[in-house]
Ligand binder design. Structure first.
Ligand SMILES: *[C@@H]1O[C@H](CO)[C@@H](O)[C@H](O)[C@H]1NC(C)=O
Ligand SMILES: *[C@@H]1O[C@H](CO)[C@@H](O)[C@H](O)[C@H]1NC(C)=O
Length: 222
């Protein structure tokens, strides 16, 4: 029996086929989302990303999707079968359904009438997604598939609770070595042979007793 994370990958793989029919099925504001590191501010030799803004956080996924497209081209045209689509689609759904807004209503973060693109650090969904975005993206940077070097990406902290998050490759590797290591292993495998990825996932699951799934699913269920 396939573990749940494989199902997520599988669903992620099939969703975009129907998306091709209508751009409305891409994540919200996909067209105006940054698609290159060069779209972000560049200071002191680093790209500075504010992951507490919907467009800027979504942009990290958009870069990841486009940089990994070549590994999935055997599976279908236009990057439609990229297994990583599940990540931005889930984030778009969180945004669209208001889950990234300040649930305490102390601020107008995430509300149409206030700061609609703001992602609230008070939102459980936003904090869960932080790790489901920054770790796969920074691991891809470290794996060398994002076209920038490991010390060239710096994320900005939220106003409070800064110690709950990590902000660059070194920082995230020391805070979450296992998850970062698993994502890097995943990229190394797709780098070697994209179309073997399904076999590899199933094989890796058998080998690890489902352990690989933790890197994803932990964030979803905790
Ligand atoms: C916060 O504001 C929204 C919309 O203004 C409202 O629907 C929601 O019930 C409010 N939540 C709390 C906890 O006051
Ligand atoms: C990583 O981010 C932390 C926290 O912002 C910072 O203190 C550190 O200097 C950064 N390291 C690198 C290599 O950029």
């Amino acid at each position: 029996m396939l573990p749940p994370y494989v199902l997520i990958f599988v669903c992620a793989g099939f969703l975009p086929a129907s998306m091709a029919e209508s751009s409305a099925q891409y994540p919200p504001l996909w067209d105006v989302t940054p698609g290159r590191f060069q779209d972000y501010p560049f200071e002191a030799n680093r790209f500075i990303i504010n992951p507490w803004n919907y467009l800027e956080r979504m942009g990290m996924y958009k870069i990841l999707l486009s940089q990994s497209a070549k590994y999935f081209s055997d599976l279908g045209p236009n990057n439609e079968e990229n297994l990583l689509w599940g990540l931005p689609l889930q984030h778009g759904w969180q945004f669209h359904t208001g889950r990234l807004a300040d649930p305490t209503n102390v601020t107008t973060c995430g509300y149409e009438a206030g700061d609609p693109l703001c992602i609230s650090e008070e939102s459980w969904w936003a904090c869960m997604n932080y790790h489901l975005c920054t770790l796969p993206v920074l691991a891809a940077v470290d794996a060398g598939i994002m076209g920038v070097s490991s010390d060239q990406v710096q994320l900005l902290p939220p106003q409070n609770d800064q110690e709950n998050f990590c902000y660059n490759v070194t920082d995230c590797e020391s805070a979450f070595p296992e998850v970062m290591g698993k994502w890097k292993a995943f990229y190394e495998v797709i780098h070697q042979s994209g179309h073997f990825v399904f076999h590899w996932l199933v094989w890796a699951d058998v080998k690890n007793g489902g352990d690989l799934g933790l890197s994803w699913i932990d964030w979803l269920i905790n």
